[in-house]
Design a protein around this ligand. Structure first.
Ligand SMILES: CSC[C@H]1O[C@H](OP(=O)(O)O)[C@H](O)[C@@H]1O
Length: 353
C-alpha cells in the first residue's frame, strides 16, 4: 500500500498572500503568519521563522513580489531599480545559504527579461509572481528527484543518521536529506532514522523528529553527543545531511556539527552523503574557506527557548554553520544524479549536462 506524505507546508502563496508556517513555534504550536511587507519577510528569514536553504530562497522570491507589487512605478526603469533594491535588501537577511542569492538573482533576471520583452510594469509584476511560484514548484520536483537518486543508496531496514532539518519544512516538500526517507516510506520500506537534536536551535528535535513522526516514519531522537555511540552500536549504515552551500571543490557548508559528524562517519567506515539541489551548489565559491559563516547571538546558546542555562556575561561563540572538507564527503546527491570525487570536475560537469 502506498503511504503518501502530505507535509505541513513551510511556505505557501494563497489568496494572493504570502503565508508562512512559523517554525520557531514547532512542535508545540502550529501557527501561520501572513506577511504583507518586505520587512516582515526579512525578519521571518533572519529570525528563523522560515529556515532551510531552499525554503529561504522560495520565501525571498515571494518577498520580492510582495515588496514591489504596490510600487507605483511611472516607468519600467523605475520598477527595475526597485526590484533590485528590494532584492539587495532581502539578501542581507542571512549570509550562508546560497539559495537566498540564487533565488533573488533569478527574480531580478526575470524582471529584466520581461522588461526587455517590452512588458508593462503591471506585466513585469505578474511575471515576478509567476517566477516565485515556479521556483517553489521546481523545488518540490527537485527534492523528489534527489530522493529517487538517494534511494539507490538505501536499502529496506537500514539505519540512517541525519543532522538538523533538511526536511519538508526546509523546502517546498519532501526535503533534501529526508526525501529518500519519505520515498522509502512510500515504498513500504522500514528505514530507521536517528535525528540529531542539533544544538543550539534544535532543528532536529523540534522539526525533523516532528515531521518524520507525523509521517509515520521510524525516528529516534538523540543528543548530538550521542552520534558516536549510535554509530559504534552498529545502528547506522549511512549518514545523510542537507547543505546551505556546496563550494566548487565539493566542500560543504551545513548546520554546525555536520563536520564533526562527517569525521565520526569516516572513523566508523559509514558513508557520508550530502543531499544538494543544484540551487545549493555555488561554482563561484572556490572552496569552503570562502563560504561566509553566519554567527548568531549568544542568547541562542545561553537562553535557548527562554531558560537561562549559562552564567550572565559568559563569552559565547555561536557559528550557525561549519564546513565539511570534500575528502569526508562520500557522495553529493543532486536532482541530476549522484556525484562523487573528483568534485571540482564532476560538479562543473553537472551544470554542463
Ligand atoms: C535543505 S535545508 C539546508 C540546511 O539549512 C539549515 O540551516 P538553518 O536551519 O539555519 O536554515 C540546515 O543547515 C540544513 O541542513
Amino acid at each position: 500500500m502506498t503511504k503518501t506524505y502530505e507535509p505541513l507546508q513551510s511556505v505557501r502563496w494563497e489568496n494572493d498572500e504570502l503565508i508562512l508556517l512559523d517554525q520557531t513555534k514547532l512542535p508545540e504550536q502550529t501557527e501561520f503568519l501572513t506577511l504583507s511587507d518586505v520587512k516582515q519577510v526579512w525578519e521571518a528569514i533572519e529570525r528563523l521563522k522560515v529556515r532551510g536553504a531552499p525554503a529561504i530562497g522560495i520565501t525571498a522570491a515571494y518577498g520580492v513580489y510582495v515588496a514591489v507589487r504596490s510600487f507605483a512605478s511611472a516607468t519600467v526603469d523605475e520598477l527595475l531599480s526597485e526590484v533590485k533594491k528590494q532584492a539587495d535588501y532581502l539578501a542581507t537577511s542571512r549570509p550562508t545559504a546560497v539559495n537566498l542569492f540564487w533565488a533573488l538573482n533569478r527574480m531580478v533576471r526575470r524582471a529584466e527579461e520581461s522588461a526587455a520583452a517590452g512588458q508593462s510594469p503591471a506585466q513585469i509584476k505578474q511575471a515576478l509572481l509567476k517566477e516565485a511560484q515556479e521556483i517553489q514548484a521546481e523545488d518540490e520536483r527537485v527534492c523528489r528527484a534527489i530522493g529517487e537518486h538517494a534511494l539507490t543508496l538505501f536499502s529496506d531496514g537500514m539505519g540512517v543518521l541525519t543532522h538538523c532539518n533538511a526536511g519538508g519544512l526546509a523546502t517546498a516538500k519532501y526535503g533534501t536529506a529526508t526525501a529518500p526517507m519519505y520515498l522509502a516510506h512510500e515504498k513500504g520500506w522500514n528505514i530507521k532514522v536517528f535525528a540529531d537534536e542539533t544544538r543550539p536551535v534544535l532543528q532536529g528535535a523540534r522539526l525533523t523528529a516532528y515531521e518524520l513522526q507525523q509521517a509515520g516514519i521510524d525516528v529516534t531522537l538523540i543528543c548530538d553527543n550521542m552520534a558516536a555511540k549510535v554509530m559504534s552500536n552498529g545502528w547506522v549504515q549511512a549518514v545523510i545531511v542537507g547543505t546551505d552551500r556546496v563550494a566548487a571543490n565539493g566542500d560543504v557548508a551545513n548546520k554546525i556539527g555536520t563536520y564533526g559528524l562527517a569525521v565520526l562517519a569516516r572513523a566508523h567506515n559509514i558513508p557520508f552523503y550530502v543531499a544538494a539541489p543544484l540551487s545549493s551548489i555555488d561554482l563561484t565559491t572556490p572552496t569552503g574557506k570562502e563560504i561566509p559563516i553566519e554567527e548568531r547571538e549568544a542568547e541562542e546558546v545561553t537562553r535557548g527557548f527562554g531558560r537561562q542555562v549559562a552564567p550572565n556575561d559568559i563569552k559565547v561563540y555561536n557559528p550557525a554553520f561549519d564546513v565539511t572538507p570534500n575528502e569526508y564527503v562520500t557522495a553529493i546527491i543532486t536532482e541530476k544524479g549522484i556525484v562523487r570525487a573528483p568534485y571540482r570536475e564532476n560538479l562543473q560537469a553537472l551544470f554542463e549536462k
